[in-house]
Design a protein around this ligand. Sequence first.
Ligand SMILES: NC(=O)c1ccc[n+]([C@@H]2O[C@H](COP(=O)([O-])OP(=O)(O)OC[C@H]3O[C@@H](n4cnc5c(N)ncnc54)[C@H](OP(=O)(O)O)[C@@H]3O)[C@@H](O)[C@H]2O)c1
Length: 252
Amino acid sequence: MVQWQIMIDPDRYIPTANLLSNRVILVTGASSGIGRVVAKTFAAHGATVILLARSVKKLETLYDEIEQAGYPTPAIYPFNLATATPNDYQDLRQNIETHFGRLDGLLHNAAMLGALTPLEHYALEQWYQVLQVNLNSAFLLTQATLPLLKLSSDASIVFTSANEGKQGKAYWGAYGVSKFGIEGLMQILADELETNTTIRVNSINPVRMRTSLRASAYPAENTATLPLAETLLPRYLYLMGPDSQGVQGQSL
Ligand SMILES: NC(=O)c1ccc[n+]([C@@H]2O[C@H](COP(=O)([O-])OP(=O)(O)OC[C@H]3O[C@@H](n4cnc5c(N)ncnc54)[C@H](OP(=O)(O)O)[C@@H]3O)[C@@H](O)[C@H]2O)c1
């Protein structure tokens, strides 16, 4: 696979105010944590965001904030990645097509932690659920929305990886395996779409951020020492906007 050279340092990227204007971007896990901050920032830079998660209340609160700020009117899409069927993904694709006609960006951000426990004792039902939410859903959503992404003149798909998916670590179980899988999914898709499409495919590793997922994994940690999700915004904006054209198969 050809790895394209990144020409700039994404952490120093300075986006223009209207970087994402006229783009329609779907963000999973938009109700809290990193996804919430990133989705609102995409809207602040002109994108029409489709906010997907389970919590209707949290999605509505974010919807109101985006509307009150005068950003493009978003859409909310309550959806449970643990239980959704392939038909539900086709309904989602159909809804986006009906309302927007295409998709310019897809951020796979939703995830659950599951248990931190030895593989020997990992509960089977939870294993399947974590892999469904963190990995299988990203495949299903990508497959369902690819026809809409192909209608965009400049589409970007961003996956979310993690340190636990780069090097195997004891007790990270299904979460760690799902993140190894996400990195592989990203690379395979990037290679497949490198020719004959304008779709770029990359991933971002947030490493350690002050969110509820991190707090569940490290309950004794002093959260005040952790960076806020806002510190990641230059990377997300860079990969979602036109300045990353030609960047393919990279893990930032
Ligand atoms: N925080 C870190 O330090 C860190 C480090 C490395 C990687 N990451 C990755 O960054 C991403 C965001 O994590 P975060 O820390 O922001 O986590 P978070 O605050 O726990 O947010 C997770 C999001 O995923 C959604 N979600 C969970 N289960 C879902 C389901 N079944 N269906 C639909 N949506 C679901 C949640 O919404 P609902 O509850 O409303 O459904 C929520 O919006 C994840 O992929 C995570 O693995 C985070």
